[in-house]
Design a protein around this ligand. Sequence first.
Ligand code: 4NP
Length: 153
Amino acid sequence: MTAILFVCLGNICRSPLAEGVFRAQAEAAGVANRFIIDSAGCGGWHAGEQPDTRAIQTAARHGIDISGQRARQIQTDDFDRFDLILGLDRDNVRHLTAMRPDTARAKVALYLDEALGVAKNVPDPYYGGSSDFEAVYALCEKASTALLKQLLG
Ligand code: 4NP
């Protein structure tokens, strides 16, 4: 069993898409029972909220329902509950690294670096438009495919 947590800033745009895409791919591959999959935000401003409407709509266009997700803020015990905590951008990784207790179980890494070996951010689409959300989705789909393959290795 591998526990994986996707983390962005607000947990309403990028990490819900990363979570939703990874879960959908794991389900399609018949291996969802081998993973605990969740997402969180560095900040708690949107805690309890559904993903951003634009993220819900983008996922829906690709046949994935993320409307049941609710935002939450990362907490210290997440570092012992998860094996892998992936920040969607470098600011997220900095925040996570600073927060990670020295003896924690979780490995913290940059999402696209861990998945694809490409040390790039997933750009924040919050102040953008639907094409920015589609770009996030495309990155998540590519990264998730590679990540799943790697974790099933
Ligand atoms: P996310 O996007 O980190 O991908 O969920 C954002 C969501 C909310 C805010 C910033 C980014 N915000 O400032 O409230």
